[in-house]
Write a protein that binds this ligand. Structure first.
Ligand SMILES: Cc1cc2nc3c(=O)[nH]c(=O)nc-3n(C[C@H](O)[C@H](O)[C@H](O)COP(=O)(O)OP(=O)(O)OC[C@H]3O[C@@H](n4cnc5c(N)ncnc54)[C@H](O)[C@@H]3O)c2cc1C
Length: 481
């Protein structure tokens, strides 16, 4: 069956057949056949992530089990001039783990040891294949807390989170993955292994190479181990849901909370069209509601309760509020979050195709972004729905369509959204990264000099351009260049 192309692959250099054949032989000899899958079925499973991009069939998938496997793979690839695409769980939304040049996919999901959870130093040392939700549970069992919580936490992995600098609902109070990465074990093209970073609370020795590698989308190095900072688990958590008649009223309420200094750990917003999707999936949401705000406050019991009451009072007095519902126990809290987590699946059912953007604007411009999104979608005749981490100004704008002929209008709407975001002082991606999906728009936000500097950095780490080629940087012919 022909695969429909939603995201076009960038123009990248392809390895020669001879190099691929030699690489397969060398990998098998070095790592053993059990770790090197060259079967068509085995390789086909690694052509996609969650972005709607389909890559070129890789010639081999290396299932690394330890650092030596990773470095061996990178040494062979470098020697033979074969591209390598690192991969964790494949839940990425911008095509980061999609092998656009074929070659080798380097799967790190089997490096899944939680090597250490240190209660005294508040540090965890984990492999890149540890599932984020499993790390949450392991920390919480020790009375500790690893705050970054991408909504994909049940399946995504720490390696992918670090490579994308993942965020999540709790980022409003606790920050994103970068704020918790103290150090990494980084394998470079050619096989050298470096350990930038530290496990101490403070440390300013040399350039902050760790921060550079966090969010580098698998284009500079492959992580084989990550050292993470933990915090103590907040003993009390309170959750409420606020229904508004319209999304702009909800956005104003968010700005109002931030303005007076409230710091809930989450402030998640869903617009009218998103509520339609949730109702269609069986969620019982008041039919009058045109927007929903999910808000969570945590901390020490007395302080958290007081803060929660004040947030509730302020929301109850906000213009456009219909109702505030407080989760009375763990089960009702889980029900509220289940609806948030089900969103991606629920919205997929609304149309044959969906592309999801994750733009960010300064919090004070959130309402303007929502209004402008509505207008640009109407102007281009494209269906859309918007939800996301309103407290951070980070919204997921989803464009929906059914017929391939509608795709050019969607492309125009996406470009208009990117231009609007930048004009509002925002940024193209809050957490999903650039990958191949947003590379065409990079030049809207960053100057030629800044893009050149980053390309130069890339070539210091990877002079032959073999590590995850085709990602982040605009290719010739990209419209917005
Ligand atoms: C339903 C759903 C909800 C989501 N919600 C959120 C959200 O709230 N917040 C958020 O930030 N994201 C979210 N995402 C996107 C995605 O889950 C994140 O980007 C996540 O961090 C990707 O992790 P992964 O393990 O799936 O990585 P992959 O998709 O496998 O890889 C992502 C990138 O990391 C690189 N990479 C993978 N492993 C390594 C390694 N060991 N070393 C170096 N580079 C590596 C890859 O090359 C690729 O560029 C969501 C996705 C889905 C499907």
């Amino acid at each position: 069956m022909a695969v429909e192309v939603l995201l076009e692959l960038p123009d990248v250099a392809l390895p020669s057949e001879a190099a691929l054949t030699r690489a397969k032989v060398a990998l098998g000899a070095r790592l053993g056949d059990s770790k090197v899958d060259t079967s068509r079925d085995g390789c086909e499973r690694f052509m996609r992530d969650d972005s709607d991009a389909t890559g070129r069939l890789p010639s081999a998938v290396v299932h690394a089990a330890n650092t030596d496997d990773v470095r061996a793979c990178l040494a062979i690839a470098q020697d033979l001039g074969v591209p390598v695409t690192p991969r964790a769980a494949g839940t990425g939304r911008t095509g980061g783990a999609v092998p656009v040049a074929g070659g080798i996919v380097l799967a790190t999901s089997a490096l899944a040891d939680t090597k250490e959870i240190d209660r005294d130093d508040l540090v965890a040392v984990v492999g890149p294949g540890v599932v984020t939700g499993e790390l949450h549970a392991a920390c919480e069992a020790e009375g500790l807390f690893y705050p970054p919580d991408p909504s994909s936490w049940q399946t995504c992995m720490i390696g992918g989170n670090v490579a994308e600098n993942a965020g999540g609902p709790r980022a409003f109070k606790y920050g994103v993955t970068r704020d918790y990465v103290l150090g990494v074990e980084a394998c470079l093209m050619g096989g050298e292994v470096l350990r930038p970073g530290r496990r101490t609370v403070k440390g300013v020795t040399g350039y902050d190479v760790t921060s550079l590698l966090v969010g580098s989308e698998g284009t500079l190095a492959v992580f084989s181990e990550v050292t993470l900072r933990l915090v103590r688990r907040p003993p009390a958590v309170h959750t409420l849901l606020a229904l508004f008649d319209d999304v702009t009223a909800a956005a104003r309420a968010v700005s109002g909370l931030v303005r007076v200094g409230h710091v809930p750990r989450c402030l998640e917003l869903m617009d009218r069209e998103t509520l339609v999707a949730l109702r269609a999936s069986g969620a019982a949401i008041d039919p009058r509601a045109g927007a929903l705000l999910l808000c969570e406050v945590d901390g020490h019991p007395a302080a958290a309760e007081e803060a929660f009451e004040r947030v509730g009072e302020q929301l109850s007095a906000s213009p456009g509020i219909l109702e505030v519902q407080v989760a009375q126990d763990e089960a009702s809290r889980d029900r509220l979050w289940a609806a948030r987590r089900a969103l991606s699946g629920a919205t997929r059912k609304l149309a044959k195709y969906k592309l999801s953007e994750d733009v960010v604007v300064p919090r004070s411009r959130l309402e303007e972004l929502l209004v402008a999104t509505r207008e640009l979608a109407a102007e281009h005749g494209v269906r859309h729905l918007t939800y996301g981490h309103a407290g951070d100004g980070n919204m997921h704008v989803n464009f929906l369509w059914d017929a391939p002929e509608e795709r050019p209008a969607v492309a125009r709407a996406i470009e208009a959204l990117m231009r609007t975001t930048v004009a509002l002082g925002g940024t193209l991606s809050g957490e999903h990264g650039i990958g191949i999906a947003k590379a065409p728009y990079l030049a809207l936000e960053q100057s030629p000099g800044l893009i050149r500097l980053q390309r130069d950095l890339k070539s210091v780490f990877d002079p032959r351009g073999l590590l995850n080629p085709g990602k982040i940087f605009p290719a010739p012919g990209h419209r917005a260049c």
